[in-house]
Design a binder for this molecule. Structure first.
Ligand code: IMP
Ligand code: MG
Length: 175
């Protein structure tokens, strides 16, 4: 059990669980090599996941970082600010968005629509976690590591008001 700010969290996915999920995803994503993809790593939450996923992929690839802020506390605010780090020359490219977790999908929808304006050839989406009971957008998530219930989770990049990101495993809020 761990304490972050005012809340208690209990172990949920171990380091071994996470690496097993990533191994499976890397196999599912191996065909992307043919498209010379640009991986777009969404900060801050995806930094550990992206690092392990890209190391597990059987090919070398280009990557870049973008940041979007929309979340406060344990409830999705839906209040998206701006995107930072939009790369140049995305026209005709195959993009792969790397997300830590998709909750309502508000963040993803905003990013997806913004990237589409740049006329890429294709946009794939890979997320370590997905909360299907809250995800409400008409966007295909091409690669999902694991579907989870509508619990608030931290660790392995995910934070509760900026705490918990560097924990090597994933914890869920103790109710
Ligand atoms: P959405 O816009 O509601 O899909 O929320 C997406 C973003 O909110 C993610 O990229 C995370 O940064 C954050 N988020 C959503 N659910 C959780 C959670 O359970 N724990 C920590 N952060 C979360
Ligand atoms: Mg966050």
């Amino acid at each position: 059990m761990i304490q972050l700010h005012d809340k208690t969290f209990e172990p949920y996915l171990s380091e071994k669980d996470i690496q097993g999920i990533i191994q499976k995803m890397s196999v599912q994503m191996s065909h992307l090599e043919n498209d010379n993809p640009l991986f777009i790593i969404i900060l801050k939450g995806s930094f550990l996941f992206a690092s392990d996923l890209l190391k597990a992929l059987p090919f070398d690839a280009e990557l870049t970082f973008m940041q979007i802020k929309s979340y406060h506390g344990t409830q999705s605010s839906g209040n998206i600010q701006d995107v930072m780090g939009l790369p140049l020359n995305l026209s005709g490219r195959t993009l792969v968005i790397i997300e830590d977790i998709i909750d309502t999908g508000n963040t993803l929808e905003y990013l997806y629509n913004r990237l589409k304006q740049e006329k890429p050839k294709h946009i794939y989406i890979a997320s370590l976690l997905l909360k299907p009971s809250v995800f409400s957008k008409n966007i295909t998530i091409d690669f999902v590591g694991q579907e989870i219930p509508n619990n608030f989770v931290v660790g392995y990049g995910l934070d509760y008001n900026e705490l918990g990101r560097t924990l090597p495993q994933i914890y869920k809020l103790k109710i």
